[in-house]
Design a protein around this ligand. Structure first.
Ligand code: PGA
Length: 229
């Protein structure tokens, strides 16, 4: 596992965008696993600004809420708003989990070349909450109270945050050929400390990444603040 610490979240976004741009240049039909949430906004802003030919790229998003009341609260809407509507990607090449066939859809596309991940304050990756099995595949899960509270900032109230989501499983994520995890801000410092310093165990989902050979953590100074404490 590589840990790359950068001075600011802007620098994190620029660095990851550079790497994605290079990968698409080398392999125009790259299969890219994408994430949503506040951490990804600077990255998508950066990617939108660049001259990248997305016409052959395929994307697979990590997760989606189940039972969303307003379309604009969905991750599908988030991706359209912050990235897909601003680039020349073909909508038929963008995918969101709908049922357990997602793992085989990914396989048929040749597997994910690069998976982008955020991390939850409780160390979730995708919506794989603590105690998710490391062998889990795409499935519907219950969201923890902590995750619902943390994500309520994107909703009108805590009550309107869905209680369920569909997410790639941990084994789905670990099948990606390469993984970049991005974390910025002091709020993520403890989650990052656990992910980096604890042995793989299902109470801390992000520790599963230690089982993968090509994982890089891109952190700003604040998110790396507790490493080595
Ligand atoms: P955030 O979410 O970027 O909105 O903090 C990250 C996550 O829950 O994976």
């Amino acid at each position: 596992m590589k840990t790359i610490i950068l001075p600011s979240k802007k620098k994190v976004a620029e660095t990851v965008a550079d790497l994605i741009q290079e990968k698409i240049k080398k392999k125009p039909n790259l299969v890219l696993g994408l994430a949503t949430g506040g951490t990804m906004m600077p990255l998508y802003k950066e990617l939108r600004k660049r001259k990248i030919d997305w016409s052959k790229v395929k994307t697979f998003n990590l997760d989606e809420y189940v039972g969303i009341k307003k379309k604009k609260d969905s991750y599908h809407y988030f991706m359209d708003k912050y990235l897909f509507s601003k680039i020349n990607i073909k909508r038929k090449n963008t995918h969101f989990p709908k049922n357990k066939d997602y793992d085989s859809e990914i396989r048929k596309a040749g597997g994910i070349d690069l998976q982008i991940l955020g991390i939850g304050v409780n160390d979730h990756i995708g919506f794989n909450e603590p105690r998710s099995s490391f062998t889990s595949k795409t499935r519907v899960v219950n969201l923890s109270d902590e995750t619902r509270r943390s994500n309520s900032r994107f909703f009108q109230s805590l009550n309107s945050v869905p209680k369920k989501a569909i997410t790639m499983g941990i084994s789905t994520i670990l099948k990606a050929k390469e993984i970049y995890l991005i974390a910025t801000g002091r709020k993520k410092a403890l989650a990052i400390q656990k992910a980096v310093e604890c042995k793989p165990n299902e109470k801390i989902p992000a520790t599963a990444l230690k089982k993968h050979k090509r994982v890089s953590f891109f952190l700003d100074k604040k998110a790396s603040g507790k490493l080595g404490d």
